[in-house]
Each structure stands twice: as C-alpha cells, then as structure tokens.
Design a protein around this ligand. Structure first.
Ligand code: SAM
Length: 282
C-alpha cells in the first residue's frame, strides 16, 4: 500500500505511536523511510522505533536544548532541496514536545511544513472521556509543585470548557487533593492512563471519589496519564456582580423585559431570575 511520495524541500511533522506500535500509519512509515534525515528528540529512542519497522535512515537530535541551533541547519537542508521528518519520543511533535521554534522558523522562511497525523495522548483521552468536546482547552503539563499547581487550577476555576492536562500518575493523589481544594470535590474528573498499552485504564468520577479510588490502588500511580477536568458549570440561578452590572447598563437603554432577555442570553442565566432585579433598577 506504499504510495506516498516525499516532496523535496519539505519538513514533515510525523506523529508516532503513544504505546501501541500498531498505531503507526503507512504514510508515517513511508515518509520516515524516504526522507533524507529524521530529526528526533532522542536518537536511541527513535532508533528502536525505526528498527521495529525495519527503517534504515539517518537521525539527528533535536531537543529543547539545541532546537534553536538545529533550526538553521535544518532550514539550510530544506533550502538545498532535502526533505526532513520531525518526530518526538511518542505522539504528535510540538504537543508538549519540541518543534515549535523549528516549525515557526521554517514557515517564516517560506519553507513547506506538512503534517503526517497520528496518535496524540490528549486527543485520544478526550475522545473517550465522555465530557463535552465541542470546545476544550489543552493546558499541557500541570506544575509538579503543589503551590504552583493550585495557582494554575485557581486561574482555571471559571473555565467552562473541558480542560485537558498531562500529569505524572505518581503525583495523581496530590493533584486530585489540590483539585478538591481549589475546584471542589464534586468536580468531575477523568484519568486516562497507559492509553493503547496493556494496562490501559480510563476511569471517571467526582474528584472526591477518584481520590479514594487512587488511594486504594497503587497500580493506578504507574505509567503515563492524561487528566481531564470537566468545565465549570454555570448555575442558571447564580447572579454575579458582573451580571448585575450588565443588566444595569441594558435597563438604562431597553425595556426591562428586553434587558433581562439579552442579559440572560449573554450569561446563560434564567431571565425570570433577573426580572425583579431589573424592575428595582428602574
Ligand atoms: N506529544 C505527545 C502527544 O502527542 O501525546 C505528548 C508528549 S508529553 C512529553 C508526554 C505526556 O503525554 C505524558 O507525560 C503523559 O501525560 C501523556 N501521554 C503520553 N503517552 C500516553 C499514554 N499512552 N497514555 C496516557 N498518557 C500519555
């Protein structure tokens, strides 16, 4: 089924499996076989992936500490007509992985950058979480220290979109403790661990119940994990000072009924709960 042709002067951003080698695509194999060089986070790690698919090709390290130097070298290769693939240790490059500076540099120079899509832990977890996916927010790695983690969570307390994080399972109990403290024990959380691997586990519950579940099963603290937190639910009866302020501005310009309808639409609250307040403002 191999029909992919590699284009000259193109940087390919190639996704690789996040655990199960069966998730590599035929296009990824074709591109990794045919490009002139593969830039990768860890040449030994990628060497194992390549040998699993009997791919013999040149590799070049590109990680957080040398990406700025490599970007000129890779851009020069592309300008000479060479093709380059970028892979990370697992999943989609640039998603909490190196590559952003390289891609920006190449695009700024008018060089072609082309995706070879495939696995991504965040998207895989989200697709099975059972939380709204029409809008979501990818938040990358949660800080490892509790103080910074609580600050991050507090800044997201009113985020209504589903939130996706990367975190280490060995910190999961501490992270859930912080979620309970900052967002409340009722907040619905999904833990997606070891996706596509033998011990894949996707478990969802209130933060309070999850804390107990994790504390009782040390096996859940191993491997790799995506943490998904349900967005903040707006209470249709809760009237914040911001809502009152908007209502006040609209009541000055519109009949009370209309002002309530517009305010209710903006904030997702029930218009009946606004009516008495609007009348008292007249
Ligand atoms: N670029 C990768 C991607 O597209 O998913 C993510 C790289 S980031 C450095 C690694 C983090 O992704 C892990 O710490 C973990 O949070 C998550 N992750 C990677 N593989 C996973 C898996 N099989 N199951 C659950 N989480 C995974």
């Amino acid at each position: 089924m191999s029909s992919t042709q590699v284009n000259a002067s193109t940087l390919y951003i190639v996704a690789t499996p996040i655990g199960n080698l069966g998730d590599i695509s035929q296009r990824a194999i074709d591109i990794l076989t045919q490009v002139d060089v593969i830039a990768c986070e860890d040449t030994r790690h990628t060497g194992k992936l390549l040998s699993a698919f009997s791919i013999k090709n040149k590799t070049l390290s590109l990680h957080d500490h040398n990406e700025r130097q490599r970007q000129d070298q890779i851009a020069d290769l592309l300008k000479q007509g060479k093709s380059v693939a970028l892979v990370s240790d697992a999943g989609t490059p640039l998603i909490s992985d190196p590559g952003f500076h390289l891609v920006r540099h190449c695009r700024q120079q008018g060089l072609s950058v082309s995706p070879i899509p495939g696995a991504c832990a965040a998207i895989s977890a989200l697709s099975c979480a059972g939380l709204p996916t029409d809008r979501f927010s990818f938040e990358g790695f949660l800080p490892s220290k509790s103080g910074a983690r609580k600050t991050t969570l507090a800044a997201l307390a009113n985020e209504t979109r589903t939130m996706v994080f990367y975190d280490a399972p060995r910190r999961a109990v501490d992270t859930i403790t912080d979620i309970i403290e900052v967002l409340g024990g009722e907040r619905y959380v999904v833990i997606a661990r070891e996706l596509t691997k033998t011990f894949e586990t996707i478990h969802s519950d209130s933060a309070e119940n999850l804390h107990q579940w994790l504390s009782e099963d040390p096996n859940q603290l191993k491997g790799e994990m995506v943490l998904i937190i349900e967005g903040h639910k707006i209470d249709p009866n809760a009237i914040s000072p911001e809502i009152i302020e908007t209502l006040k501005l609209l009541v000055a310009e519109l009949p009370p009924k209309k002002a309530c309808a517009v305010t209710a639409k903006i904030y997702g609250v029930k218009k009946n709960t606004l009516y008495d307040i609007a009348l008292s403002m007249k």
